[in-house]
Structures are given as structure tokens and as C-alpha cells.
Design a protein. Structure first.
Length: 428
């Protein structure tokens, strides 16, 4: 008998960016485990208004027979900075703005996608009844996805799985404008944990940290991963010199990213001839402060900020690089960057500026890939790793790492893990 799951996801192909691949790959492989996904998402133009990247290559992962309901909505990010006031004198204007901010903190929760909640609830309710959906699945963030999931669970009594791609209130990179707003998020998060039948995390450390708050046996771990098919179809361009590649946005990781720039600068000062050999490429959005570091420095011809590339292009560049750069500061010890698994699947050396005992470091150590791990705050240590990498490059000593031992991280097997969770709560 066919099993049906409603997948609630604000971001879905052709929308690109972080987090989309996880959901898209689940949708691609779940049918092989007997689950037919029904997608509830927003129209492409909704995301384009907030300049979310578009990656049409991701549509290749979506089976043609999958039902996708795309709705209208408003993302309040498109109005960012749009509420201003010239009312009254200087003191009155300040008071008025504080009042508006307080109202916004009360009403705009849990995030700027909250206008989608009533739209998604109505559409999702109809989809559940019409298609006889067995299980509800939501992925966050945006956290509005989970609010939709919670409401639909209450309305239909269908079992519900909440997938936390990142921590919510425990996310060290999430800044709250006030204690009041933080407390609202804590209340909403608690409700999600109470109502959901199962909570999925992407790392054991995240689950352990949440278990200290919520005493429950609802937790499951399904990491991110890589799709073997992506690596079979990607064309690999030939590059000259020592090519170091960072794939991903540089916003929250400014501190560890800047340490890499400082260490590279010191290395180039001591080894001026190496400048002609080394190329460092950054794929994705780059923090303006970070960009100013290498634009002002003596990095002409060494560092390039290439902006957003499609997932297909990113895989191709990963395969063509000599060394892959991973950066995560001490705050992100519990988080495993999704790109780590694609990095490992390439078989390339990984220069990892990450917390030594963090979740990402544990994965690398377990796979015997810890030879280039260094504390993100250790400037001298980072410089020494760069020196070692350059020496290995000149001596042609780079080795390809095993990739045949990574089956547990393939997107197909991870979809199998999700299928097992869906089967469990469907029977309960």
C-alpha cells in the first residue's frame, strides 16, 4: 500500500541556498522506500523578492510525478527597513520607533515568513484530506514551517515529524533583539517539542544539548550527506597551481574566516614566491567585513570571491580543487556544516578550522580525515597547516582519501533513515 507524506518547506527548488538540498534529496529518494511525497511550498517569485538565489539544476532531483503545491505569500524581509517615522520631535520619534519595534517583536514571530502560516495551514489541510496523507513532515528553519506542522497535527491528528536542520533557540549564531523576543521563541519551540511525534537533528551534540532542556525520547539523528549521482555527472575542469576552495556563505563565521586570511597573509609574507602558485576561491555570499580584509591586503590574484554558484557548479569546483576549506568558530561546536559530507565524498584534503572537539571534528576523526584540523583561534597553528599543505603540493604528496567507506552519509541511505522514522510514527 502506498504511503504518503506531506512535506512542509518554505524553500524548495528551484530556490537554492543552504538547507534546500536536504529536503530535495529526501524527496528524490523517499519513493524508493515506499513513501510518496506531497510538497507544500511557496511560489518562486515569493523568494525572489528577498533575493534568494535560484538554482534550476536542483529541479533535476525532483521526480516528475511528485505533487507540488506552490502558494502565494509575503516574506517580511522584503520590507526590511521600510518602517520609518518622522512623527514628532527627536525624542518623540525615538519613542515611537521603540513602540513599533515592540509591536513587531510581538507580531512577527517566529520569523519573517510568518504570513505564510495561515495560507499553508489552509492549503495543507486540504491536501491532507484530499490525498489521505499518512504523516506530516516539516523542516526548519524557517521556523514558521514547524508552526504550520504543529497546527496541522492538531487539526488532523496525523503524526508529525519536525526536522531541525539547525538548532532553534540554542543556535549560537541567532541574535535576538530583546529578551522578550527570545522568550517568545522559547515558548514556540517548547510547543513544537510537545506536539511533534518525532524530532530530527543533524548532529548528536545538538540532540544532547536539547535533551538537557526537554526530557524526551522523541529524538532521532539524521545527518546531512552527499548524493553519489552528483559526483558521477559533474565535469571536472583542470586547474593550475594550488587551488583552495571554500564553498558556502561567510556571515556567521567571520572570526574563523578572518583568522584564515591573517594566517595566509603571514605565510605569503614569509614565502613570497608561493603567491604565484596559490589560488583561494570563495563560493557563496561573503560578509562585507571579510571581503574588505583581502581587498585591502596583498592578495591580488590570490583570493577570489566568486559569489553564488549552482549546486552542480559547486560540486564541479569541489572536485577540481586541491584542498577544501572548512571554517566554523567555537560557537558552532554542535553544528555540522552540510558541505562537510560533499567535501569528504570528493576524497580531497580538508583544511578544517573548527572546534577540536566539536561535531564536525568528530565526523572527520571517525573517518580518518583529521590531519588538517586546527583550532579556529590558533593563528600560528593555521599558518603551519597552510605551510604543510603548500609543502605537500610542491612535493606532489597529496593523497586521495577513501570514499568507499561513506555509505552511511549517502543521500539515498539517509532517506532510508527518514523512511524508518516515518514508518515508526505511522504505526504508533
Amino acid at each position: 500500500m502506498e504511503k504518503k507524506v506531506l512535506i512542509i518547506t518554505y524553500y524548495f527548488p528551484p530556490v537554492g541556498g543552504g538547507g534546500v538540498q536536504r529536503t530535495a534529496k529526501f524527496v528524490k529518494y523517499l519513493p524508493e522506500f515506499g513513501w510518496n511525497p506531497f510538497i507544500l511550498t511557496v511560489k518562486e517569485e515569493v523568494c525572489q523578492r528577498t533575493k534568494r538565489p535560484i538554482d534550476r539544476t536542483l529541479l533535476d532531483d525532483i521526480p516528475e510525478n511528485i505533487y507540488i503545491k506552490r502558494t502565494n505569500s509575503k516574506d517580511l524581509l522584503q520590507y526590511k527597513g521600510g518602517i520609518t517615522s518622522e512623527w514628532g520631535g527627536k525624542g518623540q520619534a525615538y519613542t515611537y520607533k521603540r513602540f513599533l519595534k515592540r509591536i513587531a517583536e510581538l507580531l512577527i514571530n517566529p520569523d519573517s515568513q510568518m504570513p505564510w502560516i495561515p495560507i499553508a495551514v489552509m492549503s495543507g489541510f486540504k491536501m491532507i484530506l484530499k490525498n489521505k496523507i499518512d504523516v506530516i513532515y516539516s523542516t526548519g528553519n524557517p521556523w514558521s514551517n514547524h508552526i504550520v506542522g504543529a497546527i496541522l497535527k492538531k487539526l488532523t491528528n496525523r503524526p508529525w515529524v519536525a526536522d531541525f536542520r539547525d538548532p532553534w533557540t540554542l543556535n549560537p549564531f541567532q541574535k535576538y533583539s530583546s529578551k522578550f523576543r527570545y522568550e517568545i521563541h522559547c515558548i514556540l519551540e517548547k510547543k513544537v517539542f510537545e506536539i511533534a511525534n518525532k524530532i530530527i537533528f543533524t548532529s548528536q551534540q545538538t540532540a544532547d544539548d536539547y535533551r538537557k532542556i526537554y526530557r524526551t525520547n522523541k529524538f532521532a539523528i539524521i545527518t546531512n550527506g552527499f548524493d553519489e549521482e552528483d559526483f558521477k555527472t559533474s565535469q571536472v575542469p583542470k586547474c593550475q597551481g594550488l587551488n583552495i576552495l571554500y564553498s558556502g556563505n561567510i556571515i556567521a563565521n567571520f572570526k574563523s574566516s578572518s583568522m584564515f586570511i591573517y594566517a595566509l597573509s603571514k605565510f605569503l609574507e614569509k614565502n613570497s614566491k608561493s603567491k604565484k602558485d596559490i589560488k583561494v576561491n570563495f563560493l557563496g555570499s561573503v560578509d562585507a567585513r571579510f571581503k574588505s580584509l583581502f581587498e585591502k591586503g596583498n592578495f591580488a590574484g590570490v583570493i577570489n570571491a566568486l559569489g553564488y554558484k549552482s549546486h552542480r557548479e559547486s560540486i564541479s569546483m569541489i572536485l577540481s580543487a586541491d584542498v577544501l576549506l572548512l571554517m566554523r568558530n567555537e560557537l558552532g561546536r554542535m553544528i555540522i556544516p552540510g558541505k562537510l559530507f560533499e567535501y569528504m565524498a570528493s576524497g580531497k584534503p580538508i583544511l578544517a578550522l573548527i572546534p577540536i572537539n566539536g561535531s564536525a571534528a568528530i565526523v572527520l576523526k571517525n573517518e580518518g580525515r583529521d590531519d588538517f584540523i586546527v583550532n579556529p583561534n590558533d593563528l600560528q597553528g593555521i599558518e603551519k597547516k597552510i605551510e604543510l599543505i603548500y609543502w605537500k603540493y610542491k612535493q606532489k604528496l597529496f593523497q586521495s582519501y577513501r570514499t568507499d567507506n561513506l555509505d552511511r552519509y549517502t543521500r539515498k541511505n539517509l532517506a532510508g533513515d527518514l523512511s524508518a522514522v516515518l514508518d515508526e510514527i505511522r504505526r504508533s
